[in-house]
Design a protein around this ligand. Structure first.
Ligand code: S3P
Length: 176
């Protein structure tokens, strides 16, 4: 199958940002399999390099250690091209991460309502920040604390609630 080529005004990569459960991995997989992009999942890369799940990194080494790993990984991606990067939900909270993303790509903020997020994350146990807090109020609270950072980092914002993955991927292609 032929893949449409993305027009990215000289920028090489797409960074998908947004809250946990916003659909970053799902959309990244679609851009990879239907639009010919390389796909990099930050959480998976970090798990591979540390040899343990994210929840264990948080438990044994702490959140700050994990945040340093995220920044190191992002900086190492600058030589890549034609790659869609599914970022961990906390990546845009550090200005240096946002600067690194903007140097090598376009930043797409995927949004979802707290109710949608809860529905998507309620059965998984690999997000330490949500363990014991699987409720709309907590998700809405953390989301509102982060919203400004997400919006400031974003070149484009796309709502995902109730929409098909392929349609969102097409929209991203059309915008770039
Ligand atoms: C986090 C999001 C997670 C993961 C870690 C912290 C966050 O990634 O990086 O649990 O701070 O929002 P996903 O957004 O892919 O779930």
């Amino acid at each position: 199958m032929q893949h449409p080529t993305l027009q990215m005004n000289g920028k090489k990569n797409i960074f998908l940002i947004g809250f946990m459960g916003a659909g970053k991995s799902t959309i990244a997989r679609c851009l990879h399999s239907h639009h010919g992009m390389e796909w990099l999942e930050m959480d998976k890369e970090i798990e591979k390099s540390e040899g343990m799940p994210i929840s264990e990194i948080f438990r044994r080494k702490g959140e700050e250690y994990f945040r340093e790993l995220e920044t190191g990984l992002l900086l190492s991606l600058e030589s890549r091209s034609n790659t869609v990067v599914s970022c961990g939900g906390g990546v845009p909270l550090r200005s240096c991460n946002v600067e690194a993303m903007k140097r090598s790509g376009i930043v797409v903020f995927l949004t979802a309502r707290p109710e949608t997020i809860l529905e998507r994350v309620k059965d998984s146990h690999d997000r330490p920040l949500l363990e014991g807090h699987k409720d709309v109020e907590y998700i809405a609270g953390l989301l509102s604390k982060r919203l400004e950072r997400y919006q400031a980092a974003a070149d484009v914002q796309i709502a995902t609630d109730g929409r098909r993955t392929a349609e969102i991927a097409e929209e991203i292609c059309a915008l770039l």
